[in-house]
Write a protein that binds this ligand. Structure first.
Ligand code: ARG
Length: 458
């Protein structure tokens, strides 16, 4: 018989059991569920709602069940519906009537809210650790490449020269924000809902503060209706994971491009590439492609949860059972992507000569040439025009700006002197951009040291 079977005269249809049951996916909340029940039972004993002896027996047995689950000695039943009723059923099987007291003053509605918050808290911490590894890897790459000049792009057209270090540190900023967002999301997840009951709290004098402390939460929920039906923290979490996916996907896209024969700026390690079943010459960047592709799953998970939640009247509705697979899938996806992506970066080899050649072509110094004229007294808009005309001339001659003779330069402006060559050299173009946040070596060194300070502070 079902734990809730009292008012029913018929067994549930088999199809309904299969449809309604969530044990196939919420079994992975067993630990949170048992730890939550241990805290609840401890509190029931301390508050005198059940006897200390009953409380101790329940706690002891729950601990044994936890060990048994972890050693694969427990079979969960579909007709016990979900992890909460499976654990409770096993408890009652083992200790009989005393086990039936565990659910006093509690509902599965606040129980599942608790479990999922505990789960999200754990996963936030785990994912933050993975982000730290990724940020460390990016910092090392930046440190080694302060002088590695490459073209920066806008519209995927060569724009201005930067360094690979500066490029890396752009991603550092993104992952740092992702990290901070998770820290922020943690605060709103770290609120303990037990005591909300089914929707309207309970008449039992539960000690919510004690349960909060036993389970390491920072606060308790303020409203019982909201306590059972709030999944904002999970939506926020999936939105944070979606942004991580955006950043991973953007960097993957660039690694795929840079790894292509056309760019040849980087080469992925053999251990992080795959071959073709037909084309013997191929070495494909599948890892980066999969990371890029898996972003779609994470966005889908976020969209699924938003859609599940948008029309639900207060308080709990069974629709909310649909939250779990979305959350689990996003967590699994991100936890697979982050470490493999980090190692893929760590093993990347750079083709620095090609990067430099890339920066030397495509007139990436045309802005600096215009700025040179500005420093000689030409208004910027006019200097822009002169630089454009010079570029046009160079294209017709198949030359770079720095290939022009001083004579040729003077055709465009008599103000141009020998010092133009230094002003438009790649080194000058990069290292004169000393502005805070810019690509000059000294500015990137500052960014790296800020990054190190950040990593030490967390
Ligand atoms: N398995 C359910 C879920 O995941 C637990 C809560 C069920 N509550 C209920 N009143 N049916 O949401």
């Amino acid at each position: 018989m079902k734990l809730w079977g009292g008012r029913f005269n018929k067994a549930t249809d088999k199809k309904v059991d299969d449809f309604n049951s969530s044990i196939s996916f919420d079994a992975r909340l067993y630990k949170q569920d048992i730890l939550g029940s241990i805290a609840h039972a401890t509190m029931l004993g301390k508050a005198g709602i059940i006897t200390e002896k009953e409380s101790e027996l329940i706690v002891k047995t729950l601990k044994e069940i936890l060990v048994d689950v972890e050693n694969d000695k427990v079979t969960f039943m579909v007709d016990a519906e979900d992890i909460h009723m499976n654990i409770e059923t096993i408890l009652i099987e083992r200790i009989g009537d005393v086990g039936k007291k565990l659910h006093t003053g509690r509902s599965r509605n606040d129980q599942v809210a608790l479990d999922i918050r505990m789960y999200v808290k754990d996963e936030i911490s785990a994912i933050k650790e993975m982000l730290i590894s990724l940020m460390n890897t990016i910092l090392s790459m930046a440190k080694e490449n302060l002088d590695t000049i490459m073209p920066g792009y806008t519209h995927l057209q060569k724009a201005q020269p930067i360094t690979f270090a500066h490029y890396c540190m752009a991603y550092f900023q993104m992952f740092k924000r992702d990290f901070e967002r998770l820290t922020d999301c943690y605060k709103r997840t770290d609120v303990m809902p037990l005591g909300s009951g089914a929707l309207a709290g309970t008449t039992f004098p539960l000690d919510r503060e004690l349960v909060k402390d036993l389970l390491n939460f920072s606060a308790i929920t303020e409203n019982s209706l909201d306590g059972v039906s709030d999944r904002d923290f999970a939506i926020e979490f999936l939105s944070n994971l979606s942004l991580i996916s955006v950043h991973l996907s953007r960097m993957s896209e660039e690694m795929i491009l840079f790894n292509s024969h056309e760019f040849s700026y980087v080469e992925m390690d053999d251990a992080f590439s795959t071959g073709s079943s037909i084309m013997p010459q191929k070495k494909n960047p599948d890892i980066a492609e999969l990371v890029r592709g898996k972003s779609g799953r994470v966005f889908g998970d976020l969209m699924a949860l938003l859609t599940v939640m948008k029309g639900i009247p207060l308080a709990y509705n069974k629709d909310m059972q649909e939250d779990k697979e979305a959350i689990f899938d996003a967590v699994d996806t991100i936890k697979m992507c982050l470490p493999v992506f980090t190692d893929m970066l760590a093993t990347l080899s750079l083709k620095k000569d090609n990067m430099r050649k890339g920066a030397a072509g495509g007139f990436t110094n045309a802005t600096d040439y215009a700025d040179y004229l500005v420093k000689k007294g030409v208004p910027f808009r006019e200097a822009h025009g002169i630089s454009g005309k010079t570029v046009f001339y160079c294209i017709s001659k198949d030359k770079a700006l720095e290939d022009l003779t001083l004579q040729e330069f003077k055709e465009f402006s008599p103000l141009i002197e020998q010092d133009v060559y230094d002003a438009i050299s790649l080194e000058t173009c990069v290292n004169e951009r000393k502005i805070y946040g810019g690509p000059a070596k000294e500015a990137v060194e500052k960014a790296i040291s800020n990054g190190e300070t950040f990593l030490k502070s967390i």
